[in-house]
Ligand binder design. Structure first.
Ligand SMILES: Nc1nc2c(c(=O)[nH]1)N[C@H]1C(S)=C(S)[C@@H](COP(=O)(O)OP(=O)(O)OC[C@H]3O[C@@H](n4cnc5c(=O)[nH]c(N)nc54)[C@H](O)[C@@H]3O)O[C@H]1N2
Ligand SMILES: Nc1nc2c(c(=O)[nH]1)N[C@H]1C(S)=C(S)[C@@H](COP(=O)(O)OP(=O)(O)OC[C@H]3O[C@@H](n4cnc5c(=O)[nH]c(N)nc54)[C@H](O)[C@@H]3O)O[C@H]1N2
Ligand code: SF4
Ligand SMILES: [Mo]
Length: 694
């Protein structure tokens, strides 16, 4: 019997925790968190532990497929890899010939491995690379950019040394990043205070010292009032504000009318609680973290909300402070060379992006773009036609509002190519499915983990693929070879790794002992001294010039949130500990633990409506409606209902998930048009839904 341990990277969600896998006779037997990775200590979440169930599951694409019937009909011709790659390459070539590289769009799950697919997009001559950010974290990212001149990832949360953590719209113990979970648990054990602001009592709220149940959508009012108290009572860090905040007067004027009493009327949180929280924070400052949010594609003012969270941190002096939001050093800051980028194998594409980012919307940065605006371009043909779409490990039909409308829009495409390891609504519509090996059966490019101790890490293939599937780099190389993109036509993963690591002082096998190499031994706290931010003033900018030029205030006045009419509720959505978005609902093990989602509904409201716990109710918005089981609780705000995202799948190839639970996306009426003009993200929760007894 042969036995080995392979260090690799979990792929059950976008977080990508380091793992170690016991492999016996060439088959994965057991996965645990990487024991050598500080912060992980062998731990995995329930989804990470269900990787083997996914690996052994036959209900995933097993070989390349070319569509036979109509789009979405589910009739497929099995193809060889040569046939499928030839087919895809020919279609891309044709799109390029007829419309130029810009006629091709690519969307990708994003994250640390995205350099590969970005390089392919650039090689194809297209500016149209997209991440899933416009439905996820783009507002907080743009908030950071507008304040500091860098993205949200440059600030690491130093939970370990924090004295008070505030989680607002952030459920760390169920919407999981294993390292962060461990760090917050450790912090709580060493006496750090936790305040949670949510519309419902989550597992995270259950561990909090203070839980503020807020009226859905009114968080920005709360934050303005917190700033009001900090400034009025002179509880803020004056020297930090003087040195670092550009536009303090403007901020002062903005928050002047926002008294705790005013905020109480909006948020439902007693004024005294607001004052007490501000006072507590001032006491613990600067070792304070007010989390600016992760999934921030919720409201019209989500960008302002994230900005206000950062500004609270600034007033408390916690930006750059130990125990606060510390600056994560780049490899260069540590005197090291960063990874060589695959993207740089090709010249930058000068063409304007189809979503208008960087041109029509000069305040936003290229990078992952705004996919919903590319869909708009698909609809209007403006600024130019998009004719080929590669969805790479991304399920836009499962993760965007109005999937029916989007499906119709896809009709105007000459080709939809889907690269995926699991079935998805998008793959079901594809002209060709290029099946990706599961993360345990493939290797990935080297990636950088940002943080206080940045590291390079590597996903290794733990076992050979069970089916006729390929790794991302093999698919990229296969397409590149056919499309004349020589620099990307790598033959082995080692060639890629050598290219990426050249000059860094590491070889790929130096990453094998632990699965990663840290670029420094000591977590450093560079602080703010000597720093000049990449903003016009060199400081944190309350008002950003780029937004002002577009006529968009950087911090709008608070716009009151309407009350839902009788029988209606504000739709709130999120994740649960047992599933990852839409792609684990058919996992045999996770499905067994949680086969469907339920609708959280306030108990008192339900009893007035004659609804009992466990009843199936009708939930409707506009034309859309469905049935879902209710879970009654006193711990959700009476104006809100909540459901876990990702359920209600309809694909015949997913026997377990099919027809189970309800899809939240169906309820987001006109949702592709609802987005935060200031931050760019979709406003998925600007939606009331009706709930009726069956
Ligand atoms: N209505 C509504 N929409 C939402 C949300 C919501 O709460 N409600 N949440 C938003 C958020 S936060 C996000 S991040 C997006 C997510 O949106 P997506 O990124 O589209 O969602 P996933 O289900 O993660 O889709 C990833 C796709 O890649 C495939 N895949 C292939 N290989 C892998 C792998 O190794 N790992 C992973 N992870 N996937 C693989 C999966 O089969 C799946 O089809 O959705 C957003 N959209
Ligand atoms: N288990 C698990 N973990 C994951 C993922 C997963 O799919 N499953 N996905 C990963 C990804 S892609 C992301 S983006 C992150 C998301 O991480 P989070 O952003 O923390 O997760 P969510 O569950 O979307 O939302 C957090 C909380 O916001 C609350 N909320 C909703 N509306 C409001 C409101 O108006 N005000 C306030 N104060 N709270 C509100 C919800 O009740 C929910 O508890 O999780 C990551 N980790
Ligand atoms: S949080 Fe869980 S599912 Fe996500 S990468 Fe980490 S172990 Fe895997
Ligand atoms: Mo996300």
């Amino acid at each position: 019997m042969s036995r080995k341990v392979v260090y690799s990277v979990c792929g059950m969600c976008s977080v990508r925790c380091p793992i170690q896998v016991d492999v016996e006779n060439g088959a994965c037997q057991f996965i645990q968190g990487n024991r050598q990775a500080a912060g992980i200590r062998g731990a995995l979440c329930a989804r990470g532990a269900s990787g083997i169930a996914m690996l052994r599951d036959d209900e995933r694409p097993q070989f390349p497929m070319i569509r036979k019937g109509e789009r979405g009909e589910g009739k497929w011709q099995r193809a060889t890899w040569d046939e499928a790659l030839d087919f895809a390459a020919k279609k891309l070539e044709a799109a390029r010939a007829d419309h130029g590289g810009r006629g091709i769009m690519v969307s990708d799950r994003g994250g640390p491995f995205s350099d590969l697919v970005q390089a392919l997009t650039r090689g194809l001559g297209s500016p149209n690379y997209f991440g899933n950010d416009a439905t996820c974290s783009v507002n907080v990212d743009h908030a950071a950019l507008s304040l500091f001149g860098f993205g949200a990832d440059r600030l690491a949360y130093d939970y370990k040394n924090a004295k008070h953590v505030v989680l607002q719209t952030r459920n760390v113990f169920e919407s999981i990043d294993v390292r962060e979970c461990n760090e917050v648990m450790d912090a709580l054990q060493s006496g750090c205070k936790l305040s949670v602001i949510d519309v419902r009592a989550t597992v995270t709220a259950g561990k909090a010292d203070r839980f503020l149940q807020i009226r859905p959508g009114t968080d920005y009012a709360l934050n303005l009032a917190i700033m009001h108290v900090l400034i009025k009572r002179e509880l803020y860090n004056k020297s930090f504000a003087q040195d670092w905040v550009h536009g303090l007067d403007e901020l002062q004027n903005l928050v002047e009318p926002c008294t705790p009493e005013w905020a109480e009327a909006e948020t439902g949180i007693p004024a005294a609680e607001i004052v007490a929280l501000a006072e507590d924070l001032a006491q613990a400052a600067p070792a304070v973290i007010w989390h600016p949010g992760w999934m921030t594609s919720r409201y019209n003012d989500s960008f302002y909300l994230s900005r206000s969270a950062y500004l609270i941190n600034a007033l408390l002096g916690s930006i750059g402070a130990k125990g606060g939001l510390t600056l994560a050093p780049t490899p260069e800051d540590l005197g090291r060379k960063g990874l060589n980028k695959l993207t740089e194998l090709f010249l930058a594409v000068e063409e304007k992006r189809a979503d208008g980012v960087g041109s029509k919307y000069p305040q936003f940065e290229g990078g992952p773009g705004l996919l919903h605006l590319a869909f708009k371009a698909l609809e209007t043909g403006e600024p130019y036609p998009l004719k080929a779409y590669i969805a790479w490990q991304h399920d836009p039909l499962g993760s965007h509002p109005e999937p029916e409308k989007l499906t119709r829009l896809f009709d105007s495409l000459d080709v939809l190519i889907c690269v995926t390891s699991g079935w998805s609504a998008t793959a079901w519509q594809a002209d060709v499915v290029l099946p990706l090996s599961s993360y345990l059966e493939r290797e990935s490019i080297v990636a950088l983990h940002e943080g206080l101790k940045p590291s390079f890490f590597l996903r290794r293939r733990c076992q050979e693929p069970r089916f006729d599937t390929k790794a991302d780099w093999e698919i990229v190389a296969g397409l590149a070879g056919r499309l004349g993109l020589k620099p990307l036509a790598f033959e082995t993963p080692e060639e890629i790794w050598n290219y990426q690591l050249e000059g860094t002082g590491y070889r790929y096998d130096s990453l094998d002992t632990k699965g990663f190499v840290e670029l420094t031994n000591q977590a450093s706290y560079p602080g703010m001294e000597g720093l000049k931010l990449d903003t016009p003033s060199g400081k944190i900018e309350v008002a950003n010039e780029k937004w002002r030029r577009e006529g968009i205030p950087s911090m709008g006045p608070y716009a009151a949130k309407a009350l839902p009419p009788n029988g209606f509720f504000r739709l709130t959505v999120g994740r649960c500990g047992l599933h990852s978005q839409g792609h684990t609902v058919n996992n045999p093990r996770l499905h067994a633990q949680m086969p469907e989602n339920v609708l959280w509904l306030n108990q008192a409201v339900a009893s007035r409506m004659g609804i009992e716990d466990g009843d199936r109710v009708v939930i409707a918005s506009g034309e859309a409606s469905g049935k879902i089981k209710v879970m009654l609780t006193e711990f959700i705000h009476p104006e809100a209902v909540f459901m876990v995202h990702g359920f209600g799948r309809q694909l015949p190839v997913e026997s377990r998930a099919k027809g189970r639970g309800m899809s939240d996306t169906l309820l987001m009426e006109g949702g592709l048009e609802k987005w935060d003009r200031a931050g760019g993200g979709l406003a998925l929760q600007e939606q009331f839904v009706e709930v009726r007894k069956v």
